[in-house]
Design a protein around this ligand. Structure first.
Ligand SMILES: [Zn+2]
Ligand SMILES: [Zn+2]
Length: 585
C-alpha cells in the first residue's frame, strides 16, 4: 500500500460549484479581542444558564479569572498557573506523525524529569511522553509515573490549590494517564505534553508532595482497570455526561451531570468574534460557503449547554456546541469560547459570546475541587462527589503498550475529539470485520486512522484536495476533520469506502483505477449522488468508465463526483452480470 490510494469525494455538497473550505491564504481579519469580564449578569434567557447556579458565582471565586490569555510560565518558574485549558497556548496538531528524536538541552530534560528519579513512583512504572517541539514533531522522554503526575499537577491544577485538591487531582491525573496510554500509539509514545493529553510544567513542591502522598493510587470501577475519567478546569456550575460532548461516547454511572455549587459557575467569561473570524474557523473545519449570515443557538441539552447551533449561509448549516468550540479553538485559539455554557448576542457583524466554566465539564471540576478542599473536604469526599461509584485502589505496574504488539487498529485524533476514540474505534472495527467477511479476504495488517484537525492540515498531509475526504498513504488512513464528516452524515460511509480499499487494493493493484474506486463505492454501499440539486447520474455504457486521470486529477468537485459515479456503475454492471469482484477489469 505504498501508493496513494484514491479517495472519496464529498458528495453532499449540494452544488458542484461550491467554493470549498480548501487552502486559502492568510485572511485579512481584524485582531481578535477577548474582553476581560468582571462578574456580569448573563442574558436573561434563564432557560439555560439557570441550570448552572447563581450568576453571582464569580464573586465566590477567590482569584477572579480575568478572562485573558495566560502565557506559559517562563523557564524554571515554580508557579503553577492554569494550564492551557484556561490559557492561551494554542495546541499544535498531533497529526503530523513526524517523530524526531533529537535531544533536548539537558537542563530542559532535567526539568521535565527525564533523568532517573528514584525518590518516588513505583519502580518500573514509566511513561513515554512526547514533548512537542516548537517546529512540530515530538521528542520522546521516559518519565517515572510519579514524576509525570507531579509535572501534570503543576500544569493542570488551580493556582494555590489546597493539598487535598492536589491529591484528588493527582489520583485523577494518574488514572487518566494509565487509562489513556494507547492514545499516541501511532506516534510511538504514550501521552503528549499538550492539552490534547495532559499539560506538563516544572513540578512545584506542593505537586511533588501530592504525587508522593498518593503514589500508585488510581480510580477503578468494580475493582477493574483504571477507569476512563475526565476532568476540566471548571464545569461552569453543572457537570456534563460524556455523550453530550462527544456523540457516541458511553455514559458510565460514575460520570453523571449534576449541579456543582462548589465552583458555582466560575469563571464567567465573554469573547467577541467577528463574523469573518467565525467563518474562517468554520471553513477550516470543512464547512463550505463564503458568507456567514447568522449564528444562532438552536437547542440546548439537558444540562443547559449549547447542543446545536445554526450557521446560516454555510453548508452544512448546523454544528454542535462542542464542535463550534473546537473549531474556534483550533483555528483562532482556545481562549475565546471556553465552554459550551454560553449565550450569543449579535451586534452588526460582531458576535458576543457570554458564558461560564472552562472546558468540557465532564468529570472532576478543578476549580470546584479546590474550593471543596478549602472548605475542609477530604480527598475521598472530593473524588466521591465528582466520580460517584468509583473506588480508590493501588495500581500495579503494567508494561507500556508501546512494548506490546501493535493493536489491530490505531486511532489518532486531534484535541477536542479524543472523547470520540472508543466510538470511532468500535465503528471502524465493526465495518472492517463485516467488509472482510463480504469480500472473503483475511483481516488486513494493523492500520492507523488519522483524523486531521483542519482541512488545510489534511491537504498538507496527503497532497490531496479538500473535497477528497480520505486518503490511504503507506497503510495510514488520513481523514478530514471528524466534525465535517459527522455533520455531512458521511462518517460511516467514508470509513467503509477506505476500508474496502485497504482490503481489496492488493488484489486489484494492477487494474485501472475505476475498478478500485468502483469496488470501494460498490461495497461501501454508496449510492449515486442523491443531492436534490444534482441530477441523478445515468450510466450509459461501458465506454463511459472513467480513466485514471479523471479519478486521480479531478478538475472539480463535480468532475470527481461524476467520475466516481461512473466507476461505481461500471463495477456494478460486471458484478450484476455474475462476475467475482476479483475478476472485474
Ligand atoms: Zn496527546
Ligand atoms: Zn464545577
Amino acid at each position: 500500500m505504498s501508493r496513494v490510494a484514491a479517495s472519496l469525494l464529498l458528495m453532499l455538497m449540494g452544488s458542484g460549484a461550491a467554493p470549498g473550505p480548501g487552502p486559502s491564504g492568510p485572511m485579512a481579519t481584524a485582531p481578535l479581542r477577548v474582553r476581560s469580564v468582571a462578574p456580569i449578569k448573563l442574558a436573561a434567557r434563564g432557560e439555560s444558564l439557570a441550570a448552572f447556579g447563581a450568576p453571582s458565582a464569580a464573586a465566590a471565586l477567590g482569584t477572579p479569572f480575568d478572562g485573558r490569555c495566560i502565557p506559559a510560565p517562563p523557564r524554571g518558574a515554580q508557579s503553577a498557573p492554569w494550564g492551557p485549558r484556561a490559557g492561551c497556548v494554542a495546541p499544535r496538531s498531533h497529526t503530523s506523525g513526524m517523530l524526531a528524536r533529537r535531544a533536548l538541552p539537558a537542563g530542559r530534560l532535567a526539568r521535565l524529569g527525564a533523568t532517573p528519579d528514584l525518590h518516588h513512583g513505583l519502580p518500573g512504572e514509566q511513561l513515554r511522553v512526547g514533548i512537542l517541539k516548537p517546529g512540530g514533531g515530538y521528542t520522546i522522554v521516559t518519565l517515572p509515573l510519579e514524576t509525570y503526575v507531579s509535572r501534570v499537577l503543576a500544569g493542570e491544577a488551580a493556582r494555590d490549590s489546597p493539598p487535598a485538591a492536589l491529591e484528588a487531582l493527582a489520583i485523577t491525573v494518574r488514572t487518566f494517564a494509565l487509562a489513556n496510554r494507547g492514545r499516541h500509539h501511532a506516534d510511538g509514545f504514550d501521552l503528549c505534553d499538550q492539552t490534547h493529553c495532559q499539560v506538563l510544567r516544572p513540578a512545584t513542591a506542593g505537586a511533588e508532595r501530592a504525587a508522593n502522598a498518593t503514589a500508585g493510587r488510581v480510580l477503578v470501577f468494580h475493582d477493574k482497570a483504571p477507569a476512563s475519567v475526565f476532568y476540566s478546569a471548571s464545569c461552569g456550575g453543572r457537570t456534563e455526561i460524556p455523550s453530550a460532548v462527544w456523540p457516541g461516547a458511553e455514559n458510565p454511572s460514575y460520570l453523571p451531570s449534576h449541579r456543582d455549587a462548589a465552583c458555582g459557575g466560575a469563571p464567567l467569561w465573554s469573547a467577541e468574534l467577528r463574523s469573518s473570524e467565525l467563518l474562517r474557523a468554520l471553513r477550516a473545519a470543512g464547512f463550505a460557503g463564503t458568507t456567514l449570515r447568522d449564528v444562532r443557538i438552536a437547542s440546548r441539552n439537558a444540562s443547559g449547554r449549547v447542543a446545536r447551533l445554526r450557521v446560516a449561509g454555510l453548508r452544512p448549516d448546523r454544528i454542535s456546541g462542542q464542535e463550534l468550540r473546537v473549531a474556534v479553538g483550533r483555528t483562532l485559539g482556545w481562549q475565546y469560547i471556553k465552554s459550551t455554557v454560553f449565550e450569543i448576542q449579535k451586534n452588526g457583524d460582531l458576535y458576543r459570546f457570554s458564558g461560564r466554566g472552562s472546558g468540557h465539564g465532564v468529570g472532576l471540576c478543578v476549580i470546584g475541587s479546590a474550593r471543596l478542599a478549602a472548605e475542609g473536604r477530604t480527598v475521598a469526599d472530593i473524588l466521591g462527589r465528582y466520580f460517584p461509584g468509583l473506588t480508590i485502589a493501588q495500581s500495579t505496574p503494567v508494561p507500556s503498550p508501546i512494548a506490546t504488539p501493535a493493536p489491530d487498529m490505531v486511532v489518532a485524533l486531534p484535541e477536542g475529539d479524543e472523547g470520540e476514540r472508543a466510538a470511532v474505534l468500535k465503528e471502524a472495527l465493526r465495518s472492517r470485520d463485516a467488509l472482510a467477511r463480504t469480500l472473503g479476504v483475511p483481516l488486513p495488517p494493523p492500520i492507523v486512522l488519522r483524523f486531521h484537525a483542519t482541512t488545510d492540515e489534511y491537504e498538507r498531509a496527503t497532497g490531496r484536495a479538500w473535497f477528497t475526504s480520505a486518503a490511504l498513504i503507506d497503510g495510514e488512513l488520513h481523514l478530514l476533520p471528524l466534525v465535517i464528516l459527522r455533520e455531512r452524515g458521511m462518517f460511516e460511509r467514508v470509513l467503509r469506502h477506505e476500508l474496502v480499499h485497504v482490503l481489496t487494493d492488493s488484489v486489484l493493484a494492477q487494474r485501472p483505477m475505476w475498478v478500485r474506486e468502483g469496488a470501494a463505492a460498490y461495497f461501501s454501499g454508496e449510492q449515486r449522488p442523491s443531492g436534490a440539486q444534482r441530477p441523478a447520474f445515468k450510466p450509459a455504457s461501458r465506454a463511459s468508465c472513467p480513466d485514471d486521470r479523471e479519478l486521480q486529477l479531478p478538475v472539480s468537485v463535480g468532475a470527481l463526483s461524476n467520475a466516481h459515479a461512473r466507476a461505481r456503475a461500471c463495477f456494478a454492471q460486471q458484478i450484476q452480470a455474475g462476475r467475482n469482484w476479483r475478476d472485474v477489469q
